[in-house]
Design a protein around this ligand. Sequence first.
Ligand SMILES: *[C@@H]1O[C@H](CO)[C@@H](O)[C@H](O)[C@H]1NC(C)=O
Ligand SMILES: *[C@@H]1O[C@H](CO)[C@@H](O)[C@H](O)[C@H]1NC(C)=O
Ligand SMILES: *[C@@H]1O[C@H](CO)[C@@H](O)[C@H](O)[C@H]1NC(C)=O
Ligand SMILES: *[C@@H]1O[C@H](CO)[C@@H](O)[C@H](O)[C@H]1NC(C)=O
Length: 200
Amino acid sequence: MAFKRALLTVMALGASAIAQSSSSYTDPDNGITFQGYTDPVHNVTYGLVFPPLSGNSNEFIGEILAPSSTGWIGIALSGSMIGDLLVVGWPNGQDFVGTTRFATSYSSPAVYSGPTLTNLKYALVNSTHWKWVFRCQNCTTWTNGSIPTDSSAALAWAFSSDPVADPSDPGTTFHEHTDFGFFGENYADAHSDNYDSYLS
Ligand SMILES: *[C@@H]1O[C@H](CO)[C@@H](O)[C@H](O)[C@H]1NC(C)=O
Ligand SMILES: *[C@@H]1O[C@H](CO)[C@@H](O)[C@H](O)[C@H]1NC(C)=O
Ligand SMILES: *[C@@H]1O[C@H](CO)[C@@H](O)[C@H](O)[C@H]1NC(C)=O
Ligand SMILES: *[C@@H]1O[C@H](CO)[C@@H](O)[C@H](O)[C@H]1NC(C)=O
């Protein structure tokens, strides 16, 4: 109940009421300039970059940099677990597995088909951290929802210290997140003329 209430409150307040907002940073490992946020509690960095707005594209590149002890990370692209496009990822050895999900209740979200997730070559796994870098195509609109790519909006994150049931399976089950939170993503400033070069 507390969880649901917190979500509803944030949704009602909207992005402007969220103290934490994204800023621009360039990842020194891959040279990509993302619009993102580092959650200070779990030290997880979330970054997004989109093609130029004029292209009316439906994709973005995302990255998640997390301490090694992190089991999986999810992002809810419109700031709420229910009725949102959820992108969830986790390490599987030196590689990464990602999945798109959709929840109609506060329970394990079902696989959502339509978006295409592709791992980019910038993945990193070392003794202290993992970093998943992915392309998400057909990811700016979904059933009854969309990202406002020309303004700002709340983005929700979910953190789990437990691994998923079967890390090799994109359709795997996983336990409820151990924590979640929000930040205001400045989508208007998340577009880059270098997008195509980031992909190549
Ligand atoms: C947070 O993670 C970064 C890598 O992104 C690392 O350099 C830094 O030492 C970590 N900070 C803490 C407090 O763990
Ligand atoms: C894009 O995703 C939607 C679901 O959100 C799906 O219905 C549609 O077929 C997908 N389009 C393509 C071209 O894959
Ligand atoms: C692992 O990679 C992260 C991200 O580049 C970096 O901050 C961290 O210092 C690296 N850890 C080690 C032990 O090199
Ligand atoms: C989408 O919106 C329609 C109309 O409000 C509603 O009937 C339907 O249940 C919604 N779909 C989902 C998956 O929430």
